[in-house]
Design a binder for this molecule. Structure first.
Ligand code: SAM
Length: 288
């Protein structure tokens, strides 16, 4: 019998992917099959076909994106900064190996180049091959792939970007430094005078400290810092936060006219309306 990856168990003839959130919370997805699995030099990379969300990209046992709900996250991380900028031409994506964010960025005709900096080439390969629902088999000639560490890339890069999207995995392993102040300083430096950045800033319910620290760091560098939220069912708790840092623009430039499944004109402004507990957490107040 084929040996199952350690994140997958068989019970009563059915396969289950178990995502362990610390020691006290386990999230289980019934899966039809393991489509791909390999240990890359950076992480365990797996594609599974689940019953409820279709194909899923799983890194080190954590669900990163799925055919079923990946569009919510990818549209929210890409269209917010791009719709705020009146003429985005150069875009940098750090992480984002599933290509879903890049796919959204290609919807902007003004964009001339997209640098996608992913540490793990195998993530791009498997997502193009097995997860076209997210990657769209991205073959747009404006996308330049750089398979290297995003931390070093922003430190050394001479290009100045209009928009930088930090589409990182959780702050563990190679992604830890993508949440650090020094990294954000380099992101600030790599942006044009009217540029903006966005990053995913974790769950406001389970990782309020990461969200608050991310906001505080970006707020210390950028004249405009704003947190927004969306519901992404396969991220722990469902509720997810993103943080935007902008040198000039603080609202959408024009009416939203891209083809999208989640983002609308209303969402682009409403997503900044935060529930009280999130506002408190961003001020460093806890609700315990
Ligand atoms: N949407 C996802 C989420 O929030 O869970 C993130 C998607 S994307 C697949 C995250 C990518 O960041 C992974 O493919 C991972 O390899 C990449 N990554 C992690 N650390 C990195 C680093 N230091 N430089 C570049 N890419 C990195």
């Amino acid at each position: 019998m084929q040996q199952l990856p350690k994140y997958v168990q068989e019970k009563d003839g059915k396969l289950w992917l178990t995502e362990a959130e610390g020691n006290n919370l386990y999230i289980r997805y019934g899966i039809k099959e393991v489509v791909y699995e390999k240990q890359s030099p950076y992480q365990h990379v797996m594609i599974v076909d689940s019953y409820d969300f279709g194909k899923m990209l799983v890194l080190d046992g954590f669900v990163q994106t799925t055919a079923g709900d990946g569009f919510i996250y990818n549209e929210m991380i890409a269209h917010l900064p791009l719709s705020f900028h009146p003429n985005p031409q150069r875009v940098l994506i750090i992480g984002g190996g599933d290509c879903g964010a890049a796919r959204e960025v290609t919807k902007y005709d003004s964009v001339e180049m997209i640098d996608l900096v992913e540490i793990d080439a195998s993530v791009v390969d498997v997502c193009k091959k097995h997860l076209p629902e997210v990657s769209g088999n991205l073959s747009d000639p404006r996308v330049n792939y750089h398979f290297t560490d995003g931390v070093g890339f922003v430190q050394d890069v001479d290009t100045r970007y209009d928009v930088i999207i930090v589409d990182s995995s959780d702050p563990v392993g190679p992604a830890v430094e993508l949440f650090g102040l020094d990294f954000y300083k380099n992101v600030y430096r790599a942006l044009n005078d009217d540029g903006l950045m966005v990053c995913q800033s974790e769950s406001p319910l389970f990782y309020a400290d990461v969200m608050q620290q991310t906001y505080e760091r970006i707020d210390s560098l950028f004249p405009i810092a704003k947190t927004y939220s969306a519901t992404v069912p396969t991220y722990p708790g469902g509720f997810w936060s993103f943080t935007l840092g902008s040198k000039r623009y603080d609202r959408p430039h024009t009416t939203f006219d891209k083809e999208a499944r989640y983002v609308t004109d209303g969402i682009l402004s409403q997503c900044f309306q935060l529930p009280q507990f999130m506002q408190d957490a961003l001020r460093g107040e806890t609700n315990e």
